[in-house]
Design a protein around this ligand. Structure first.
Ligand code: 5GP
Length: 192
């Protein structure tokens, strides 16, 4: 997606540990026009899949997920993150290790908002090692819902998450794919 790639080139900065900082338009300040186009692009790519709900994980997935839900005219659920959570029968839960924060969070989705006939689209801002998406898949499995795939704003293709998901038969649609962040420079995958 050209517009997204240009934003990354203009505003993205590379932090130590191969972390791309995109606080200018995605992770802190949010560019609503870009989010609108991102939502429309995911809706186009996953059209005719019979998606009934969009799932994401708080907090950085919420902006692209809400615009995707708007474009698809379906509700959006964001899994909530907790440092620890006493087991609660009203919630589906999974443990997710955060690549950027180096901590494990328990994510949860209330059973109240899940229907076993749902077909879900998972949205996230980044795909790195795949932990966040794996957590949502674990919850989807517990809930017995169908999964249409994952819509990712920025895929770090040099980390294993995307390939691991594809190997498991999960459809992954990424709007920007990064080949490398070496030497503080953003290099995109060649096909973009
Ligand atoms: P994963 O679970 O795939 O390892 O990582 C995905 C999550 O980690 C995303 O939800 C995102 O919040 C965070 N993340 C991973 N890599 C980056 C990065 O390079 N930059 C930023 N800003 N967040 C990242």
């Amino acid at each position: 997606m050209k517009e997204l790639k240009e934003k990354i080139e203009q505003y993205g900065t590379v932090l130590p540990g191969n972390v791309l900082k995109v606080d200018a338009f995605l992770n802190h300040q949010v560019d609503p026009e870009l989010m609108l186009h991102i939502g429309q692009e995911f809706a186009k790519r996953f059209a005719n899949e019979g998606i009934t709900k969009v799932w994401t994980v708080e907090s950085s997935g919420i902006a692209p997920a809400v615009f995707t839900g708007l474009a698809m005219k379906v509700p959006v659920i964001f899994a909530r993150k907790h440092k620890s959570l006493t087991l609660n029968n009203d919630m589906y839960t999974a443990d997710v290790y955060s690549y950027t924060k180096k901590t494990t969070n328990r994510i949860s989705i209330s059973k109240k908002y899940v229907d076993s006939s749902d077909k879900i689209l998972m949205i996230d801002d980044f795909l790195a090692n795949g932990q966040a998406v794996e957590g949502m898949l674990e919850i989807a499995d517990q809930a017995g819902v169908d999964v249409a795939g994952a819509g990712i704003v920025i895929e770090k293709s040099f980390q294993p998450g995307a390939n691991e998901l594809k190997d498991r038969g999960i459809r992954v649609e990424s709007l920007a794919r990064i080949k490398s962040l070496d030497n503080g420079k953003v290099e995109f995958m060649p096909e973009q």
